[in-house]
Write a protein that binds this ligand. Sequence first.
Ligand SMILES: CC(C)(COP(=O)(O)OP(=O)(O)OC[C@H]1O[C@@H](n2cnc3c(N)ncnc32)[C@H](O)[C@@H]1OP(=O)(O)O)[C@@H](O)C(=O)NCCC(=O)NCCS
Length: 180
Amino acid sequence: MTVKPSLTEQSAADGAAVETLLDLSFGPSRRTKTSYRLREGSSPLPHLSLVIREHELGLVGAISFWPLSVGPAETPAIMLGPLAVHPGRQRMGIGLELMREGIARAKAAGHGLIILIGDAPYYAREGFVQVPEGQIQVPGPVDPKRLLYLELIPRALAKTMGLALPPWRWREINALRAPT
Ligand SMILES: CC(C)(COP(=O)(O)OP(=O)(O)OC[C@H]1O[C@@H](n2cnc3c(N)ncnc32)[C@H](O)[C@@H]1OP(=O)(O)O)[C@@H](O)C(=O)NCCC(=O)NCCS
């Protein structure tokens, strides 16, 4: 009997399996990527870390979303990623299923803007497009063609400009700048 893969929220017990999946999918140098600087010191958003499990290989797909603040105005946005699918189960629709469900949940939770660094042809399938060059910076090297956004609230991008950082970093910078 074939048991259909199941999508659920990630639990604390999934942590090690997700890390192994990310190593398998992205390779061990993944932590040097700019996207890791955007997640540093933050926690993934609750209820938006999803996994897909199956009988044979166990955990075969994972996605998470992270809080961001953009620019000194600390305009909130969220970051999609990492999204990873087990090499033995790629191109079977698992990545798109995780992405669609994650986006739907993010929208239902009231988030307005998703940013990610990734392959434009893939993410275009769910409506992601390139951030206009220069509007949003990230703390590390990035190919501008890979810096993508999706508005969940119309015109959310228009008011979002500057350096994207984990929220705690902008809070600290602005606290240091504040007059005493
Ligand atoms: C990229 C990844 C998440 C896609 O997940 P997946 O489950 O393999 O992909 P899906 O089955 O949902 O994709 C469906 C379609 O997207 C296409 N696609 C998959 N990866 C793609 C990519 N990187 N660029 C463009 N198209 C891609 C597939 O060819 C497929 O096309 P089709 O419907 O015309 O056959 C997965 O392959 C992966 O984990 N890759 C390694 C890690 C990685 O690079 N992750 C981040 C991507 S920026």
